[in-house]
Design a protein around this ligand. Structure first.
Ligand code: UD1
Length: 421
């Protein structure tokens, strides 16, 4: 298994090209199930989760052609199987999103229950209840969701008690081919939803309201192929913005957009970093120690749960005390003990973490626990005195393209060591 060696204490300076968004690319790939015609996607990141989705779509009968260098994918062909097996779904939760499209297209689906994961229990009840409103009959058996639509899917009014991103996407895709009109009330408003809506509309769907929290979908009998470019990854952009800030550096994040992440930029500015937007992207710089602030994760447009771990590293070395409250996932502080091993002073109190800023962190052997947590440890390693050895970086490879290359090109001392099995 490979691991990272990071030598801390160097400012990052230069340019980083922001890749296409993992959280959008995966969903756009799933949307290809709604048609047999080719769906051509550009700006697709080269990351492990995209590979896993290619495997899943191939299992379902699709033909996937990749041009990794060009970051493009062509997905086409009919659906030949309606089963998303456990070994794929357990690897990547986004697999659950094939449920709605399979039902809409094939009238049945068998999808393994994703189960709990490292950052909490993460149920799928809202996905299932919503599909039932559209006429699906669902049973749970042997760890699988079995769904059928004896009379086809019919439009309906779905009120989500929580603006779940995954449930919104699943229901949105199913409703595109349902008979009649569907309304999803309290729909998630994440920019990746708007990206999905734009692509689906290009495929012939009739969806409105993506920024309002109420999605209206007029069902159509069939969708056709389309060519679409994935939006830039706002979380990757925010993560590298934190790298500039924690190292007192200056980075141009090419392709980064302010409009996708106002809460993150506002937090960085409040802490004392400078963020400017120009035609190329976002320029983020900082000098000296930042100031601790209180933050709380919320559904978009609030501060994202996917940036919580990275800001925790930043707050760990900022001046004064700070509080980070996690309202989306109940168990997403697993990076905290690792940060504390590097000299941070963070205390967890229920769903909040109290962070008392320290003047220095020291390098240590640490273990990644999930995708974003992995990067918080890289950030800490870049700021720390001495050497950090980060293990279990397969989590990182799921969602960040060429991490070590992007950081090293800007002066970061980070290298991957391949260890014999
Ligand atoms: C969530 C994040 C998303 C992030 C992704 C990966 C939010 C609102 N969503 O999306 O931004 O990119 O994780 O880290 O920040 N829930 C239920 N029942 C359901 C579905 C969800 O109770 O059927 C609950 C979850 O337990 C959780 C919350 O709703 O507490 C957020 O879930 P949801 O937005 O669906 O999660 P993801 O789609 O994974």
């Amino acid at each position: 298994m490979s691991y990272f060696i990071i030598e801390g204490g160097r400012s990052l300076r230069g340019e980083i090209v922001i890749s296409g968004a993992k959280n959008s690319g995966l969903k756009l790939m799933v949307a290809s199930l709604l048609t047999a015609e080719p769906v051509i996607l550009h700006n697709v990141p080269n990351i492990a989760d995209i590979e896993t989705m290619c495997t899943l779509l191939t299992t379902l009968g699709k033909t996937v052609s990749k041009d990794k260098e060009a970051h493009s994918l062509v997905i086409e062909g009919p659906v030949c199987s309606v089963e998303a097996p456990y070994d794929i779904v357990s690897k990547m939760r986004a697999s659950i999103l094939v449920l709605g499209p399979l039902l809409a297209r094939a009238g049945e689906a068998r999808v393994s229950l994703p189960g709990g994961c490292a950052i909490g229990t993460r149920p799928v009840d809202l996905h299932l209840k919503g599909l039932e409103v559209l006429g699906a009959q669902i049973t749970l058996e042997n760890g699988y969701i079995n769904a059928t639509t004896p009379k086809g899917l019919r439009g309906g009014r779905i009120i989500l008690p929580f603006a779940s991103v995954g449930a919104t996407e699943n229901l949105l895709m199913a409703a595109c081919l349902a008979q009649g009109k569907t309304e999803i009330v309290n729909a998630a408003r994440e920019p990746e939803i708007a990206d999905l809506v734009a692509c689906l509309n290009m495929m012939g769907a009739r969806i409105t309201g993506e920024l309002s929290g109420v999605l209206t979908i007029e069902g159509v009998p069939a969708l056709h192929g389309a060519e679409y470019s994935v939006m830039p990854d706002r979380i990757e952009c925010g993560t590298y913005a934190c790298a500039a800030a924690i190292t007192g550096g200056d980075l141009l994040l090419k392709g980064g957009r302010l409009m996708d992440q106002e809460a993150v930029i506002a937090a960085l500015r409040k802490m004392g970093a400078e963020v400017k937007e120009d035609a190329q992207g976002l320029r983020v710089s900082a000098s000296g120690r930042l100031t601790g602030i209180d933050l709380m994760t919320e559904p978009y447009p609030g501060f994202p749960t996917d940036m919580q771990a990275q800001f925790m590293a930043l707050l760990a070395v900022s001046e004064g005390a700070a509080m980070m409250t996690e309202t989306i996932f109940e168990n997403r502080f697993m990076h905290v003990p690792e940060l504390n091993r590097m000299g941070a002073n963070i205390h967890i109190q229920g769903r909040s973490a109290i962070i008392r800023g320290v003047t220095r962190l020291s390098g240590a052997p640490v273990m990644a626990t999930d995708l974003r947590a992995s990067f918080s440890l890289i950030l800490a390693g870049l700021a720390a005195e001495g050497t950090t050895e980060l293990r279990r970086i397969y989590h990182l490879d799921r969602g960040y393209e060429k991490v070590e290359r992007k950081l090293a090109e800007c002066g970061g001392a980070i290298r991957r060591v391949e260890e014999a099995a």
